[in-house]
Design a protein around this ligand. Structure first.
Ligand code: NAP
Length: 303
């Protein structure tokens, strides 16, 4: 039986893994696809202390993974199913095998929020995207539009501005939520144009995106913006489907924890973007992971 099973291999899960193996636990990390989580979609990380050369998220994730593996963390790839948290031991199925663990750390992260407007589903992958780093190159020397005013939207706009002829940023207010350093850079970038106080009402095009119908929230005016690509960056939704109904969630759907990262179920911890946290950064995810691993191991030893 494992002391601690970690579910999810983003920064929170990998940091938890590093701390748990260094703490001498019998630990395994289960990752659905590939380690790194959302940072693999980030083209540059400038705010992780001690690493000032601005690596892309993929490179930083690889470093986290190598670091944890060097200290002996075992990582298994594939989906976890049938997770049961309310029994001791906790258990789940992985590759047809029942895995038992004294404690579990949920580090399942978050996925991009959708707008839920006409054309979004049909045109996703045909001009509508949720990942500028993955799909930006398709719009080289063309026009792209980013929707949102947070860190993701503005860093996406800055990234796209280097590739595209023109980048529009459509934001529902007239002030950005993004951190000042990103906002200032975007506001000074010549080929970025802001469309303030506006929300997309529909993605337009047959089989391929041709434009976005926008509504100005102040004047009520409706217009059509011609664009080759649209990047939706309007926030994230915590990924809790695997354990929905088993632990307490906040109103926004994220997992409630105490200061030891323990959830409403004894022996179950949560770390990173899945958690009800006021700041979603690589550094905070790693810190969550370190705390969760420390107290998960402690809990496993008193069981
Ligand atoms: P976010 O901070 O929640 O920002 C979402 C943006 O989308 C906001 O500007 C919001 O408008 C807008 N929005 C939300 N729902 C909308 C809707 N239905 N229609 C139109 N606009 C909508 O999300 P995020 O930018 O993805 O960032 C998530 C977390 O990751 C944050 O904690 C962020 O700091 C972090 N992050 C950090 C970095 C970095 O440090 N470099 C990079 C990426 C992400 P309002 O402003 O009006 O609410």
């Amino acid at each position: 039986m494992l002391d601690t099973a970690i579910i999810g291999g983003g920064p929170a899960g990998l940091a938890a893994g590093l701390y748990a193996v260094r703490g001498g636990g019998n630990v395994c990390l289960y990752e659905e696809m590939f380690a790194g989580g959302q940072i693999v979609k980030t083209h540059r990380i400038d705010n992780y202390p001690g690493i000032s050369d601005g690596p892309d998220g993929y490179a930083l994730a690889a470093r986290f993974e190598e670091h944890a593996a060097a200290f002996g963390l075992k990582i298994e790839y594939g989906p976890v199913t049938e997770l049961v948290l309310n029994e001791d031991p906790k258990h789940f199925m992985f590759n047809g095998e029942r895995i038992e663990a004294k404690t579990v750390i949920l580090a399942t992260g978050a996925s991009p929020k959708t707008l839920g407007i006409p054309g979004e589903k049909e045109l996703t992958g045909h001009g509508v995207s949720y990942c500028a780093t993955c799909d930006g190159a398709f719009y080289k020397n063309r026009t792209a539009t980013v929707i949102g005013g947070g860190d993701t939207a503005i860093s996406d706009a800055l990234y796209l501005a280097k590739l595209c002829k023109k980048v529009y940023v459509v934001h529902r207010r007239d002030a950005l939520r993004a951190s000042a350093i990103l906002a200032d850079a975007a506001l000074k970038t010549e080929n970025i144009e802001f469309i303030w106080n506006s929300v997309p009402e529909a993605f337009l095009g047959e089989g391929k995106l041709s434009g976005i119908r926008l509504k100005n929230r102040v004047t009520g005016e409706v217009s059509e913006l011609s664009t080759d690509g649209a990047f939706v960056a309007v926030g994230v939704v915590p990924r809790t489907e695997l354990f929905a109904g088993q632990i307490a969630l906040a109103e926004n759907g994220s997992v409630i924890t105490d200061e030891h990262m323990e959830t409403s179920v004894k022996g179950v911890f949560a770390a990173g973007d899945v958690r009800n946290t006021p700041l979603r950064q690589v550094v905070t995810a790693c810190a969550d992971g370190a705390i969760a691993a420390t107290y998960a191991l402690e809990a496993s030893r008193v069981k």
